[in-house]
Write a protein that binds this ligand. Structure first.
Ligand SMILES: CCCCCCC[C@@H](O)CC(=O)SCCNC(=O)CCNC(=O)[C@H](O)C(C)(C)COP(=O)(O)OP(=O)(O)OC[C@H]1O[C@@H](n2cnc3c(N)ncnc32)[C@H](O)[C@@H]1OP(=O)(O)O
Length: 280
């Protein structure tokens, strides 16, 4: 059945009130590889290694999340074939390492790429304190591979920013671990694509693939170390497009242009897995 555009555009995603602890903050930091590099003193603050836990700046991506709501049958979406396409985050205020937040997510647009080509679903989450102060705005694009051809886009596709036409200033290696998706999912994204071999096969992969937001967090970790000397409040925004699946265990490289751009490639085949990345 073709997607029902009005139904999806008005889909009610209940606001999520979440009380989180320093343990949740440390789990997020561990799940994006803090501690994987040779023990690095300034990074230990994100896991409470020798002091109180400090929230890693992109933690806002996983707080107040509505879970895998597109997996609900009444969305009409082919949930097995959807992929995370793009992500941005704008940090408005430092996140404490524990507290209560409210995430309010809404669908902001749908783009039909045509039958057999897929569709894009844009959504936005506003993360606030219970009193209403905005902590972060996060925007996602979901690539709905199985749902093109409904014939009615509500908006135009937004082209991603171009990377500079010169060699990067830095290229930094970053590994993923074979079990990375199995613990990343405990941040709240239980999409079986990342843990269930049968779902992965039905989606077209020979084994589970890594969460896009895990690769994104790994890139954020590399940027925070290389550009911001681990200063948690220095990075204010980040965006990127997921251009190829990452398999847990893949070795990655993050190319950085110091005027605010990055790309993540897989070492084995040189393929870009996060492209058109920006940070500030
Ligand atoms: C906070 C919210 C959380 C939500 C979480 C969602 C649940 C999660 O658990 C799911 C995941 O984490 S999935 C894992 C992460 N994502 C991926 O691995 C996707 C990797 N990307 C791909 O495989 C391909 O780019 C693919 C398949 C996406 C596209 O490849 P192709 O079909 O070959 O595309 P291509 O021919 O290159 O381009 C066709 C048109 O599509 C546009 N486009 C391409 N990649 C895009 C992308 N990633 N996002 C948005 N648009 C994209 C191209 O610009 C092109 O557009 P046009 O037709 O206008 O020229």
């Amino acid at each position: 059945m073709p997607l029902n555009v009005d139904h999806l555009m008005n889909y009610r995603i209940a606001p999520v009130r979440q009380t989180y602890t320093a343990r949740d903050s440390a789990l997020y930091a561990l799940s994006i590889g803090i501690g994987q590099d040779p023990i690095n003193e300034p990074a230990l603050k994100f896991v409470g290694g020798s002091q109180a836990v400090t929230a890693f700046p992109t933690l806002a991506l996983v707080l107040g999340q509505p879970g895998f709501w597109l997996g609900h049958p009444d969305t009409g979406v082919d949930a097995v074939r959807l992929l995370h396409g793009e992500q941005s985050i704008k940090i408005r205020a430092p996140l404490p390492s524990s507290g209560t937040v409210i995430g309010t997510t809404r669908v902001t647009g749908l783009v039909d790429k045509g039958a057999g080509r897929g569709a894009l679903l844009y959504s936005e989450k506003e993360l606030t304190t219970p009193e209403g102060s905005v902590l972060a705005i996060t925007r996602s694009t979901i690539f709905l591979r199985g749902d093109g051809g409904f014939g009615h886009s509500t908006t135009e596709a937004v082209p991603p920013p171009s990377l500079p036409d010169r060699d990067p200033d830095l290229v930094i290696a970053a590994e993923t671990r074979p079990e990375q998706a199995l613990y990343y999912r405990w941040n709240g994204d239980h999409n079986p694509l990342h843990s269930n071999p049968e779902t992965a096969r039905r989606a077209g992969y020979d084994r589970p693939i890594l969460h896009g937001l895990c690769t994104y967090g790994i890139a954020a970790r590399v940027l925070l170390a290389a550009v911001y000397d681990w200063e948690p409040h220095a990075m204010k925004s980040m965006s990127g497009r997921f251009t190829a699946p990452v398999y847990p265990g893949d070795h990655l490289e993050v190319s950085i242009w110091l005027d605010g751009f990055f790309r993540v490639t897989r070492k084995a085949d040189g393929k870009a897995v996060v492209d058109n990345g920006t940070f500030a």
